[in-house]
Design a protein around this ligand. Structure first.
Ligand code: SAH
Ligand code: SF4
Ligand code: F3S
Length: 456
């Protein structure tokens, strides 16, 4: 019998990369690889990379540089360390990686993870680096989600859609992830049922444009995300559903109605707007303006009054003036976010905005970013503070910071720490929120409070 091989997968970027890393672990488990969290005792290191911002590729090259040293050490000890570059940098740079970083054994793009074992074998057999071609059939060849792990997180990711056809002028995703594709309904339902049977209570459906989902059902019909959510909500054990990331343009009436009608659909929505200036939104090719976004938020809040919102914002897009930036600040004031990701515009080679002449100076970007972040932080704090004294349901997910404590999530994705024994992980419990830290809340189990009163 051969000794178990070990793989270390390092993940950068978005949730989809996190999901993909787990799928790669599942595939490699079938080949006898056990997961390790250390590069220095691994037989294979996979860098699952992100290309969204500048210098992403440079970071990969310097990481490979560090791994090359380990590879040489391993060789001196008579072992072999293979290096694979996966993810969006792999897709964008392809061959370039192999020529610039000879220590790399395989380069595998996001559409080809099912071929990872074959390309590793080929690299070994042929004695040189191998790169995969772009393929679009990976979902047909992936093993069932979570097959490599005995215990799954009670809140799990499930990719339902991948790729993007929107071509925002700043973004590399349509080039790295390819055109929009939706996974067939039956595959998603099977995976969800399997996860639920294994104790998963909450699903985060993933897609670069998840609300553009249009998956084929077995009867030949095409399902929207709303339809899919309804079906998932009916699966026993799946008590909480979420989805990300959405585009304002694809927020259909049926999806808004799902927020009204499905108690399983959590009242927290990540709906990036990027800017509050119509001029900048047009230059970004976002295909919506500030007013239509605000109307959409209004309709969503009518459907689900306790809906909390988060978003993505870019400051310093080429040509952004002080007045444009003030429009963004005004929009944020108007919406009132529970949180948001904020970014300085970062020129990406090959995207239209990168060659725009009016690039905004770095100092101006920094100043705008700090102002926007301060506003959003204040909103987030106010949102969290409004929970104090309230009774809310939380899903207990994992051990907390202190012994005897568990960390759970509120319907609004806030982390809530509570004193409870480990065997209650996976339960949805009622707590009263009685404290607030910088990034989390503290709660007391309602049953505990009743007990304390009885004793007193
Ligand atoms: N599909 C999602 C997420 C795309 S990437 C969506 O459309 O919202 C996540 C975020 O990164 C984007 O929403 C955007 O705010 C940011 N981003 C993308 N490209 C960027 C760039 N070139 N510079 C700065 N931020 C960028
Ligand atoms: Fe990028 Fe725009 Fe597509 Fe989002 S919608 S992935 S920002 S191109
Ligand atoms: Fe990054 Fe690719 Fe995700 S570029 S954000 S890892 S889709």
């Amino acid at each position: 019998m051969t000794e178990a091989k070990k793989v270390f997968i390092k993940t950068y970027g978005c949730q989809m990369n996190v999901y993909d890393s787990d799928r790669m672990a599942d595939i490699l488990a079938r080949e006898g690889y056990a997961a390790t969290d250390r590069a220095d005792d691994a037989d294979l290191v996979v860098l699952n990379t992100c290309h969204i911002r500048e210098k992403a590729a440079e970071k990969v090259y310097s990481e490979v540089g560090r791994l090359r040293v380990l590879k040489e050490q391993a060789r001196a000890e008579g072992r072999q360390l293979e290096i694979a570059v996966a993810g969006c940098v792999a897709q964008a740079e392809g061959r370039e990686i192999i020529s610039r970083a000879p220590a790399v054994d395989v380069v595998v793009g996001p559409q080809s993870y099912h071929r990872l074992p074959q390309v590793l074998a080929r690299a070994k057999a042929e004695g040189h680096a191998v790169e995969t071609e772009f393929a679009e059939d990976k979902f047909d060849h992936m093993p069932a989600s979570g097959s490599a792990r005995r215990t799954l997180p009670v809140s799990s990711f499930l990719t339902v859609q991948e790729g993007c056809d929107k071509f925002c002028t700043f973004c590399v995703v349509p080039y790295t992830r390819g055109a929009e594709i939706s996974r067939p309904v039956s595959r998603i339902l099977d995976e969800a049922r399997n996860l639920a049977r294994r104790g998963v209570r909450e699903l985060m459906l993933l897609g670069q444009n998840v609300n553009a989902y249009h998956g084929a059902a077995e009867d030949g019909s095409v399902w929207s995300l709303a339809r899919l959510l309804r079906e998932l909500a009916a699966i026993p054990g799946l008590d909480r559903l979420r989805y990300m990331t959405s585009h304002p343009r694809d927020m259909g009436d049926d999806l808004i109605a799902a927020h009204r009608e499905l108690p399983e659909l959590m009242p927290y929505l990540h709906l990036p707007v990027q800017s509050g200036s119509d001029r900048i939104l047009a230059a970004m090719n976002r295909k919506h303006d500030a007013a239509s976004y605000l109307r959409l938020i209004e309709r969503l809040r009518l459907a689900r009054p306790d809906l909390a919102l988060s978003g993505d914002f870019i400051v310093g897009f080429p040509g952004e003036t002080d007045a444009d930036f003030e429009d963004t600040m005004r929009l944020v004031e108007e919406v009132g976010y529970a949180g948001a990701y904020t970014f300085k515009y970062s020129p990406r080679t090959g995207t239209p905005a990168a060659s725009h002449e009016e690039q905004v100076p770095e100092a101006v970007k920094t100043e705008r970013l700090l102002r926007l972040q301060a506003l959003i932080e204040a909103q987030q704090k106010a949102f969290n503070a409004a929970m104090l004294g309230r009774r809310i349901d939380i899903l207990l997910e994992k051990p907390g910071r202190l012994p005897g404590q568990l960390a759970g999530r509120s319907p609004w994705l806030q982390t809530v720490h509570v004193d409870a024994p480990a065997e209650r992980i996976g339960e949805i419990v009622s707590v009263v929120v009685d404290g607030m830290g910088t990034n989390s809340l503290f709660g007391t189990l309602v049953e505990e409070m009743v007990l304390q009163k009885a004793i007193a």
